[in-house]
Unconditional design. Structure first.
Length: 682
């Protein structure tokens, strides 16, 4: 092999030739094209052509070649234009001499344009021979496309991970700052109003107002804590869904009742409607479904200003899987809306568009992340559309297994082919209720106006084709439902049923409505089963008098309850609540004492045990197990209710597994406690 530019002795020539051969062999493993150049003259030759050289380099590097001339031809024909100057600088004789003077190798990565596709290549120069006596080098070319793209991908992944980590770190810092403010705000109210109540203890009305504000602040503080705990449990995988038979109307009426106070306080309009919902009995985790919908509705209420509207439409659609149906929940508001940038991150933990110190709206920034996680656990989908100053719309789609069993007959024989008139200023409600009436077997018509309803009644009377049922919205733009009823009664008399449909509590208008001739009331959202039951009740003259139910005298309670509780403050609260409800209470400081007190009592002396879980000596679970193993069957079968701050679903299940009959979470909901006691003791 010829070594260009070498002027050494024969021994040196052989040594250089051997070194050059080793170098070519080493480079030949990876490099497609290898050339030799004398950097003093720029003259060189091709030492090795690998596979595919002609496709990648053409015929530019053949025979005797000149470095700068042939490189220029190669650059203009193959190299990506943005890298021309880069490769020209690399391949200049002066630059190569300078770089190789300082180090043994010098390389550059560049791009070539091959059939319209960009590919990454590398040119590498390595000293050859004895640098002090001659300046020669070996230049190799190879594709590094796979390596570069792999590095770029790894770099991109690392950059994304770093950005996410930085974002999460920043979000958590902001979250802690917000939480410090948000927790201190209700705590300040609790401490402040408690001080004021003590100071003005003799002023009953003033103290009552302070106590209401303390309760409101306490409930808000509890919701903040629950959000943080829920998110922690979701991230640790401790939340599990528990599917049980549920009645969908109960869930939605419950949501309306929960939201009604805030809706009234903010002077908002709330619309909840069901469209084509036929299957009302489903299997689902009622607690988690309620949590998802309440989170979304509460957000809409929170971010909608006075005079605005919050609505939820529930639509049932067929599912590909037999025995399942898909339910779509659309929650829409006319609130402040969100920026496009924030919408992209709305389901990430700790994210809030504005913190509470700016917006004045408190929260953890976890509600949407919790909602998204629960929807994912339920194999559903959730998406959001929002525009600042216009409002926000959430779409949640969930598939539920339907409760099997015989379907109730829909039509009512007495009303088959009879006329019905629906009067409501909302088109969706008119359409939905009319469709339900058709399924029941009636000929349904609708109108958006109270005045038109009266006119149609007059026309029907003139033609002797009367309406057999009227379903009238309470609040109509031209006249309210009670006034429409009065005018219909003047035309039709007292026999035709008139049902008032309302999204509000009708207790305030019931007396006036009954006097005007209203037969019955139905709550929005109205479901097919509820409408059918109401009509059946009206037709059979067997309607339940709900007013009488509410006016029943307060129940008189008596009996002795054993309270197992180790914290004095909790003892005092529980004893006061129980005494106010009419019960006598004995206290056990721990589970062991509770077992001994029951064991030493006569059967029937205690009617029920309220059992804390975390207690010294013997905890509530173990105490319950001991009681259930007592020889005296009357004592061992006493009802035991867990009353504990261990409030998660698995805590409830643990209580039942240990032999308890129920579970009440702290802080104590007085109504829930008393209702539970009434149900179990009765």
């Amino acid at each position: 092999m010829r070594v260009i530019g070498n002027t050494g002795t024969g021994v040196e020539d052989q040594r250089n030739e051997r070194r050059l051969s080793e170098l070519i062999q080493a480079l030949g493993i990876d490099y497609n094209l290898i050339c030799f150049f004398d950097l003093d003259t720029g003259i060189g030759e091709v030492l090795r052509n690998g596979d595919g050289v002609e496709q990648m380099f053409g015929t530019i590097f053949n025979g005797d070649i000149e470095l700068e001339k042939n490189m220029e031809l190669y650059i203009q024909k193959f190299v990506y234009e943005e890298d021309w100057e880069l490769l020209r600088e690399f391949s200049s004789l002066d630059n190569l001499k300078k770089e190789l003077e300082e180090k043994n190798t010098h390389y550059v990565n560049y791009r070539i344009n091959q059939n319209g596709e960009i590919t990454y290549f590398q040119a590498k120069a390595v000293r050859a021979g004895i640098w002090d006596s001659d300046h020669s080098m070996v230049l190799g070319f190879r594709s590094v496309d796979e390596e570069i793209r792999s590095e770029m991908e790894k770099k991109s992944i690392l950059e994304d991970a770093l950005q996410q980590a930085n974002r999460a770190s920043k979000a958590k810092s902001i979250f802690l700052s917000n939480m410090s403010h948000d927790i201190r705000t209700p705590m300040n109210a609790i401490v402040g109003f408690t001080t004021l109540a003590i100071t003005h203890i003799e002023r009953k009305e003033q103290v009552e107002e302070y106590l209401k504000k303390i309760m409101t602040s306490g409930n808000h503080l509890l919701s903040l804590i629950n959000d943080v705990l829920d998110m922690s449990r979701i991230e640790s995988g401790k939340i599990h869904l528990e599917e049980k038979p549920c009645h969908l109307p109960d869930i939605l009426h419950g949501l309306r009742n929960i939201l009604q106070a805030d809706i009234n306080a903010k002077q908002l309009d709330l619309y909840i409607d069901a469209v084509d919902v036929v299957d009302e009995e489903i299997y689902c985790d009622k607690l988690r479904l309620n949590q998802v919908l309440l989170n979304l509705l509460s957000n809409s209420v929170k971010y909608t200003t006075a005079g605005g509207t919050v609505s939820m439409i529930i639509t049932e659609k067929p599912n590909k899987i037999a025995g399942y149906a898909t339910y779509e929940f659309t929650i829409k508001d006319t609130g402040v809306g969100m920026s496009k940038e924030f919408v992209e991150h709305i389901f990430e933990p700790f994210e809030r568009e504005e913190n509470s110190t700016i917006s004045g709206i408190q929260g953890t920034g976890l509600g949407m992340a919790i909602t998204k996680n629960i929807v994912d656990m339920m194999n559903g989908t959730i998406n959001v559309e929002s525009e600042q100053g216009v409002g926000t719309e959430f779409h949640v789609s969930l598939a539920f297994r339907l409760c099997s069993g015989p379907k109730e007959q829909l039509d009512i024989p007495e009303l088959r082919n009879c006329r019905a008139l629906v009067v409501d200023d909302d088109f969706n409600t008119c359409d939905s209720v009319s469709y339900m009436l058709q399924q029941i077997g009636m000929r349904a018509e609708w109108t958006l106006s109270g005045k038109e309803a009266v006119l149609r009644t007059h026309q029907a009377s003139m033609r002797d084709d009367h309406y057999s049922v009227y379903i009238i919205d309470w609040l109509l733009p031209d006249m309210n439902g009670v006034e429409v009823t009065r005018r219909i009664r003047k035309e039709m008399g007292e026999q035709v049923p008139v049902i008032i449909l309302t999204a509000y509590d009708w207790a305030d208008i019931e007396e006036e409505a009954r006097e005007a001739g209203v037969t019955s009331f139905c709550s929005k959202p109205l479901f097919l089963s509820e409408l059918r039951n109401c009509l059946s009740s009206v037709i059979s003259k067997d309607e339940k008098n709900e007013t009488a139910m509410h006016e029943q005298p307060a129940r008189l309670r008596s009996g002795r309850i054993l309270l197992a509780e180790d914290v004095e403050l909790n003892q005092e609260i529980a004893v006061t609540i129980l005494e106010d409800a009419g019960f006598t209470t004995d206290i056990a400081q721990n589970g062991q004492i509770a077992v001994e007190m029951l064991e030493n009592s006569e059967p029937g002396y205690y009617q029920l045990i309220l059992m804390d879980v975390q207690m010294p000596v013997l905890n509530g679970y173990e105490a319950t197990k001991k009681i259930r193993r007592l020889e005296n069957k009357e004592l061992s079968s006493i009802p035991i209710i867990a009353m504990t701050a261990n409030a998660f679903e698995e805590d409830k299940q643990e209580a039942l597994k240990s032999g308890m009959d129920g579970h009440i979470a702290k802080p104590i909901d007085v109504t829930n406690l008393v209702e539970t006691l009434d149900r179990i003791i009765t």
